[in-house]
Write a protein that binds this ligand. Structure first.
Ligand code: GLC
Ligand code: CA
Length: 555
């Protein structure tokens, strides 16, 4: 560990962030969609869990084509989710309980309904220069627009350029066609966005998540990618660090609790993004560990997770980020990922062990843990049975694309079922009643049948529940500088199904062993140590049982 960062590590390492997918957390007005007042009504629950910040997914005005990640006004509240008064009340009530609000800033793109884009469409040169517009061929027509500027693929499928006949230009959209990429090379755009940060700062917000923020700096020349989908040209792009430093400085957020979502990034870049000496961000989300079940990198084909690869990735990201003074966000789950317990473990046979194994594995690492709503309950993958139950634009698109690529309807459904972002976007289960305590109306998306026993009310009353286990992990992190700021070193285990690492601080040492299999595996020796926490109770064992996680300490 770089000792000069000890204070940073202790500070960031003592925090736990809870992610709220606002649409699905709690509905207060019976329209079936979660809202700000719903969150306010559940603050006691969050305080009792012991978290420090809540990251709330975007609640700004938006046509909701990508559930709020298509923002049409950065300084107001989407009426579906409430009013500015509701926001201020939430913020006050959260602060009264020691919980900070982390806002989700979607600065790579705006909705095409944003006033800037609308003015661009009307031909205003100032606003045309806010986006990545490129001239089409002089003879292009709506029916025959010709070739787009590059062959890059949108992350939601199809080409990443859209032709606008009235302008005879193409615009870039790395995501949905209604999410137009901003031109960060334009200083006016950068200054508008810094001003958005100052606006929310003036409302007392002191934590921010930045959506796909390593994609903001596009290359100077438009070049087709004949080896991939284009991402190598715009990921961690040429000016990304410089633009982030400027945003942080001008937005007045240096040293605050911030996290950047980094798509397909590298360790070197994440060290730069999160080393405090560089005045960029507090920490980074990276996703390589969540692709160990993508054959050849393809999200839309299925395979079992490759556990040795998972272990190598954790080892690299833990040890190298530490050596470089970087800081990791620790997570398995968010609103873009299918529930990880079903995906990486076995919720059919070992639901409790699977859910708690994953949580113990990341919560004891070096970094700041994030809990995605319902993860603390062990909520599993959605039990959808037909494609019309899905809501997400990506899932709906890929169900069609997979069939166009020759998969049968059933195969396509099975793939979407395992990969859909809706697998984690269904409502939070508060209790075992018909609508799970989420709404008094009709929920906007289905509710899984297993809320009959996986729900907050029952789990809060049960000392042996997944939620009680997580609560203990959070409490341990608060108590133990070893967990907050200890060095991290991965340990070779006799089994390639086991992920094992040590944390060290002064005279204290911790050994964490996680069995990622349904069979017994040999355990590493732990003579003279005490069990700190384990999902089979507090007695140590000579073998690791199915999906067992156990942490020992020497002190
Ligand atoms: C991020 C968000 C995701 C969204 C995308 C485009 O990956 O987490 O939900 O669709 O960015 O904004
Ligand atoms: Ca509502």
């Amino acid at each position: 560990m770089s000792t000069s960062f000890f204070e940073r590590d202790k500070n960031m390492g003592s925090k736990v962030v809870y992610q709220i997918y606002i649409r699905s957390f709690q509905d207060a007005n019976g329209d079936g969609i979660g809202d700000l007042r719903g969150i306010t009504s559940r603050l006691d629950y969050l305080q009792e869990l012991g978290i420090d910040y809540m990251w709330i997914t975007p609640f700004f005005p938006s046509p909701q084509n990508d559930n709020g990640y298509d923002v049409s006004d950065y300084r107001a509240i989407e009426p579906l989710f409430g009013t500015m008064n509701d926001f201020e009340e939430l913020s006050r009530e959260a602060a009264a309980r020691g919980i900070g609000l982390m806002l989700d800033m979607v600065f790579n793109h705006t909705s095409t309904e944003h006033e800037w884009f609308q003015r661009a469409l009307a031909g205003d040169p100032k606003y045309l220069a806010y986006y990545k517009f490129v001239d089409a061929a002089p003879d292009a027509t709506a029916e025959n627009p010709g070739e787009p500027p590059t062959n890059w693929e949108s992350k939601f499928g199809g080409n990443a350029w859209e032709y606008v006949p009235s302008l005879n230009k193409w615009y870039l959209h790395l995501f949905d066609v209604t999410q137009a990429d901003l031109d960060w090379d334009n200083p006016e755009v950068r200054s508008e966005l810094a001003d958005v940060l100052r606006f929310w700062r003036s409302k007392g917000v002191n934590a921010f998540r930045f959506d796909v923020v390593n994609l903001i700096s596009k290359p100077a020349e438009w070049e087709s990618d004949y080896e991939g989908d284009g991402r190598r040209f715009y990921t961690d792009g040429p000016h990304v660090h410089e633009y982030l430093q400027e945003l942080v400085r001008e937005g007045g957020i240096d040293g605050l609790m911030t996290v950047g979502e980094m798509s397909s990034t590298s360790i070197d870049n994440c060290i730069r993004y999160s080393n405090p000496g560089r005045h960029e961000l507090g920490m980074t989300f990276s996703f390589h560990h969540l692709k160990v079940d993508y054959p050849g990198g393809d999200k839309w084909s299925l395979m079992d997770p490759n556990i040795p690869a998972l272990c190598r990735l954790f080892r690299d990201w833990q040890e190298k980020m530490s050596a470089g003074g970087g800081w990791n966000a620790l997570f398995w789950s968010n609103h873009d990922q299918p529930r990880p317990n079903s995906r990486f473990a076995d919720t059919e046979g070992y639901w409790f062990e699977s859910s708690t194994l994953l949580l113990a594995c990341t919560h004891l690492m070096r970094g700041t843990p994030y809990i995605y709503q319902g993860e603390e309950l062990g909520q599993t993958i959605m039990d959808f049975t037909s494609i019309d139950q899905y809501r997400d634009v990506e899932s709906v698109n890929y169900y069609r694309i997979l069939q166009e690529r020759g998969r049968s309807a059933q195969e396509s459904f099975d793939i979407v079922h395992a990969r859909s972002r809706d697998d984690g976007r269904y409502p939070m289960a508060w209790d075992n009643t018909e609508t799970a305590g989420f709404t008094t109306g009709t929920p906007w998306i289905g509710i899984p049948a297993n809320h009959a026993y996986i729900n907050a009310k029952d789990e809060m009353a049960d000392a042996g529940s997944v939620r009680s286990f997580v609560k203990r992990l959070i409490a341990l992190r608060k108590e133990m500088p070893l967990i907050q700021a200890g060095d991290v070193r991965f340990v070779d285990s006799p089994s390639d199904k086991v992920i094992a690492y040590e944390r060290m601080l002064g005279d204290e040492r911790m050994l964490v062993q996680c069995n990622f299999s349904g069979e017994e595996q040999p355990a590493l020796p732990a003579e003279g140590a005490n069990v700190l926490i384990g999902n089979y109770g507090d007695a140590g064992a000579v073998v690791l049982r199915p999906w067992e996680a156990i942490a020992y300490v020497w002190r």
